[in-house]
Design a protein around this ligand. Sequence first.
Ligand code: FE
Length: 378
Amino acid sequence: MKKSFWFLLVMAAAALFVLAACGGGAENNDSGGTEEGTENTEENTETEAGTEDETAAENSGDEVVNLYTSRHYDTDEDLYEKFTEETGIEVNVISGKADELIERLEREGENTEGDVFITADAGRLHRAKEAGILQAVESDVLSENVPENYRDEDNQWFGLTKRARIIAYDPERVNEEELSTYEALADDEWEGRVLIRSSDNIYNQSLVASLIAINGTEETKVWAEGIVNNMARDPQGGDRDQAKGVAAGEGDVAVMNSYYYGHMLNSAEDEEVKVAEGLEIFFPNQETTGTHVNVSGAGVINNSPNKEAAVQFIEFLSSPEAQGEFSEANYEFPVNPEVEPSELLQSWGDFKEQDINLTQLGENNKEALMLMNEVGWK
Ligand code: FE
């Protein structure tokens, strides 16, 4: 008896020691929610140039911006280089999944070297604000370049690019007249025909959050149930895989973000180009509440040691030069009203956007996720 007591005591002490020694490491291993897993994987496939830099630059003399970002696009890297060329300020990129970066910044607190936080979803930007890792920024340039509906009401984050959640379809099997709204995809006529990715993906969570804002929770739950019934297969893969599923005849319509369609049309892989060229795209809810739109955006980190450079950096990303580049090279819609979308994007035509405050995507996120789980959206 006595022996086992001492044994347990020693084991407990050893366990405590180990825990204390690798506390930080253990937290790093925590995936911090699965939502971004698939998103990130998909975004990672868009570029081989995803810089991983674990340590923020310990800068004393030269000007620098330490950027925490979950975006992984070549375009972004090119823009950072341009910013450095124009201002002499280095951009030091720390890449990661949005939730992990938020956790890291919470943990670093006052000791952070982080200056700017960027992520690809308004829901997550809101989450960063709620976590207290951002600060309000007063900037005439940003007020002018970023319309009110694309920025936080307290100016803690600013949208930089817009993306629409559209429907891609095979024109041989679907007549454009059959398409109308997200809501209608839950109707019986779409049984076994809808391709959409999993509920752990933030883009779908934000779509559902927006429908909760517009139609209420009960109605949205019934809708989600209908979508699950109409799925052509269990959700798998990223947005592009839904389009590929349509091309392969697994389903007739795919729900996807607009820029992925642009990427596929201009892909280095012939197969992706072929898939995209065989599909048509449709902006849902034009006669009703407008197409669901989300933003990528940036905020200055609460304890930023280089605040002035941080603001300058975000201002640059909202400038006509950078906004044009986001549109040309990454197929995203500019938020700056002075900037025309690229020719390709213009060829898709004007469209009406959902008229909701983007903060609601964050506020309704938990409810959206719960509701999707309840109806068995995998
Ligand atoms: Fe994406």
